[in-house]
Each structure stands twice: as structure tokens, then as C-alpha cells.
Design a protein around this ligand. Sequence first.
Ligand code: WT7
Length: 645
Amino acid sequence: MFEITTHPVPEAVRQRAYLKDEDYQRLYRQSVEQPETFWAEQANTFLDWFKPWHSVRHEDLRKGQVSWFRGGQLNVAYNCIDRHLARRGEQVAFIWEGDNPSESAHITYNKLYSHVCRLANVLKQRGVSKGDRVCIYMPMVPEAAYAMLACARIGAVHSVVFGGFSPDSLRDRILDSDCRTVITADEGVRGGKYIPLKANVDKALQSCPNVSTVVVVERTQGKIAWVEGRDLWYHEALSTADNDCPPEPMDAEDPLFILYTSGSTGKPKGVLHTTGGYLLQVAMTHKYVFDYHDGDIFWCTADVGWVTGHSYIVYGPLANGATSLIFEGVPNYPDASRFWQVVDKHQVNIFYTAPTALRALMREGEEPVKKTSRASLRLLGTVGEPINPEAWEWYYHVVGEMRCPIVDTWWQTETGAIMIAPLPGATALKPGSATRPFFGVQPALLDEQGKEIDGPGSGVLAIKASWPSQIRTVFGDHQRMIDTYFTAYPGYYFTGDGARRDEDGYYWITGRVDDVINVSGHRIGTAEVESALVLHDAVAEAAVVGYPHDLKGQGIYAFVTPMKGIEPDEALKQELLAMVTQEIGSFAKPELIQWAPALPKTRSGKIMRRILRKIACNELDTLGDTSTLADPSVVEGLIEKRLNT
Ligand code: WT7
């Protein structure tokens, strides 16, 4: 076992930080004892309102009903841009670093205003109005952020779809939220490879008759097909658009965006976030968890296609008038030193990434890190999956040279913003622990009966009071939201994660307790991969589980039963991988596919995933009771041919 050492708050960090431990204790207590007073004060401090709210919070977690700042009006783009112009017009809002190390750009708040207003006017001209959904399918270029903010400015609801998703996934998401407008680019560039985004959109739109506008950003000038009347070039449309566009006054509870995420069952859910509460909590966590000070350069390496990019590349930083770095590339291109070279080039002060990236870089040794200076770095962060203490210590010693605290931030697409994380000036760090709840967040550990566990212990992680950036609904299916998050443990929000609380009240997230697999920080539903596999004519049945993977955190292990008479071979395996790529995207391809003449089932025909998980994890001594199986001999055969030994 790796020895866990506690790292106390360094004096220099404490001195500089907004909040010391006594502040955390006092404010946390106030946030749970007098939430209305606490949040009203924060909402006035962090945001500009066109109209004040008449009530701070309504909640009925049993029904999954919450609202924050009812009656209040504001606009997210106004808060992220306009109100900064007087003081920060010429300050850089976004630094863009291209995939190619020789390409970068600086976008000031004034320039940002102009882009966002002109694009907003283009959308309006094309008939987009308040409440309409707009799909954004973009590479990591500044225009992705402009598109989000242009939607927010006119009250349109964006649905960003990660550029790694296949045309089929894109189509499903466009149809589910009935987007009539798509904003994309000719091609994306990542790690020197070109991604045919416009071609993917064209394919997806073959089955989306309602889409009448496709705005195309010119990124590579690659050859693309063109549909007259439907498609328009971003640069051409903006060149004649008006430079001002009044921000639409939005109710605090008006939708801001939809973001699809995977769960344990069925197709991806459109998680819906609203305006006031969301912006408040992303702004506040960005300032306090990262201890962001004026002038700091903040770099979150996520893609804007995921919630991390929404909250900590775009909305949180801009609400605080920050400088945020948008990186188009990948950690190992042109080589494993890239992250640190970018840190030096742009003098990054705060760096926020995923454990999977750190584990991959760790394998390359210290030299690619050590050859850079990194003197500008002051704070490091992680997100997306549990960080193993070895990777934490490497990050701390090699990257941060023991000078930079690491904030391990636990949260989810559904929580909108950081929920459990250290505050750098207040919290002693324990490698692998997300430490303590943020203001207003009340975690609870529940046992199998749904009873709260007091003090140290382990259980299912739930949240027992509403927080401002909470999911409001699953788009088009409110009942599904109630069933997924508010039914298993009435009165609580169910996170889907397991956790342990130690004697200091610190939380240690142990991973998902449902059928969600976390591959390199990407959330993948086992049901989605299974549905893709069984689409193949040669497949009778498939069951998918996760297993520990050195680099990716978890890998996907598929047990596949071929149709009678089919001799499975390598060619079939390749076809199945292609099927998953087509249906979801290549990031969801199983690492391991084991042919299974039959799957272990109960007498009522239910697949015993618990047993498959044990086989995939090679944990045979804890296989548990197999006597309830319809045919226990099936398990023997699977164990014998298991692939992860
Ligand atoms: C799931 C949410 C929210 C940002 C990116 C992922 C896992 C997230 C941590 C962390 C341990 C973490 C959980 C969670 N997770 N952060 N610091 N420590 N696990 O968002 O795709 O909605 O996934 O990621 O399992 O439920 P997401």
C-alpha cells in the first residue's frame, strides 16, 4: 500500500488565499444554517442582476423540484462580458493555443464582445430566439466559446456535443432536444490529425429534417460539402452583422444549456442547467477553489464538449473577469512535454487537468517535465475520476515542485459545479481525497437501507439539500430525472458514486456504484455499449463491465455471445469495434472482448453483472454465491478464458 501523507497548508499559500480555515469553518456553517442569507449575499457579490429575485430558494428533493433566485433576472453573457468592459476591455479573456505549437491567439474582452454580439445577431437573423435549442459541435477553438455565449446572450439554449462523438450520436442528440441550428467547423485538429466535423454533421442531418441552419467556422480549409441555403460560413455571416446585440433579460430559472451524459440505463440524458444558480456556483467555485486572483492565467485542459469545459473554461472564469486558456491539442503532441511548454509559453498560474492525463505523462518519466521551467505555476487541480496517490505525489513533486497545492475536485455533469474540494488556503491535503464539501453542499453517506452513516464510514454518496447549480430536469423527460436521482433514496440527490468519510471528515470518492464506466474521465454507460454491440447481426447478446486500467482508470470489458453457428474471430472483433465507433465514438471501444458461449444468468433470466465484474477484474476469490445461477457451469468456462490475468 502507498503511504498517505497529509500535506499542511503552506504558509505562503495561506497568506495569499482569500479564505483561511477559520473562514471556511464560519462560512460553511452559515451556508448550511442560514442558506438564504448566505446565498443572497453571494449572488449579489458575484453577479449583476437586471432585476432582484423575490425568493432565494425553493426545494422539495422528494419531488426533485428546486429553484433558486425566483423572480430575479440576469443575462449570462452580460455577466461574462459586458460588465467587465469598462475596466477590462483590453484585458485578454481567452488565450488560444493551437494544436500546432506555432499557432496561438489572444482575445481581449472587447474582441470577445464583438464576436459574441455579431454571432448572436446572425443567429437572430436566422430565426433563433429565446428558448430555442442550438447544437454546438466544435473543435477547441475560441469560436466554440463565442457560440455558447452568443446563445446565452439571446436566451437560446445550447447543447454542446463533444467533437469525438460519431454522426449517429450527434443525430440522436440533435433530435432529442430538437435543435434547428448547428454550429460547427469544417474540420477539427487534434494531435496532428484532422477530424471531419462538417462531414459528420452532414451525415447526422440526413435524419434531422428540422435543422435549417448550419454555421461553419473555417478552421482547416479542408474540402467539405455545402448545402445552399442551409450552410453559411461563420466569417462571412459575421462580416456584415451588427456589432451590438442587447442581452436578453433571462429569469434566473430559464434554461442556459443542455448537456448529454450517460447513465446506467438507456440512452444519454439531456441534463438541463438554468441561469442564475448555475452561474453563481461556477463563478464562486472558480474564485475560491482555485483561489483565482486578478491577472492570473487559468488553464483547464478539458474539452468544451464536457461539463468541465462549460464551467471552468468558459462560464466560471469569464464571470470572474479571468484570463482562460483554450487548448486545441493533446498532452503528448508533438511530445510528452507539451503541457509544460504551454505553461511556460503563456505563463500559466493555475492548471486543472484529469488524472488519466497525469498517469500517461508519468509513464514518460520526469525528463519531459524537468526540461521546462513551470515557475509560473502556483496551483494545480484534478477532476474526472479518483486520483491514485502515486499520481497525486508525482503531480505534487515533479510538476509542482512541492510549491503548488493540488485541488482534487469532485463533481458531476448534474451538479454543474464543484461540490467537494479543498480550498487551497484552508484545507490540509491528503492525496486521493477530494477533502471537504464546498459551501452549501451537504454530503451524506447512506447504507444499504438508505440510512445515514454518522462519522467515519463508507456508503453511497448522496446530497441532502439543494445547491444552486443543481440539475433542474432531464430535457423532455422530467420523470426520468426523478427516477434516476431522487427515487432510490427519498429526500436525497443520489450521485451514483460510493465514498468513504475519514476521521477528519474528509471524503474519499471510491467510484461509481452503478453501471457507469469512467474511461479516461469519460463517462460511458454500459447499456449504450451493449446496444451498439448487439446491433451486429452476428451477436446474440452482450454484457459490458468496467475493470481497473493502469492508464485510463477503468477499461471496458465486453462479454459477447455470438449467434448460433457463428465462429467468432479477429475479423468479427474488428467489426464490433467499428460498430461501437459508429454508434458512440471511438473513445467507447472496449479494450477487451471475450467470446462467451453463454452469460451467467439468474433463473429468471437476469444477467449477473456482479459475477462478470469479478471475472473482468480478476477477483476470483470474491466471486460470491453462484448457486442461484440457472447454469453455474457457465461461469467456469468464462473464468478459464478470461482476458485480464
Ligand atoms: C463522475 C462524473 C465533473 C467533471 C468531469 C466528469 C467521477 C469526477 C472526481 C473526483 C473521484 C470523480 C465521479 C462522478 N469524478 N470527479 N475528483 N474524484 N471521482 O463529469 O462526466 O459527469 O462524471 O466522474 O464518478 O460521478 P461527469
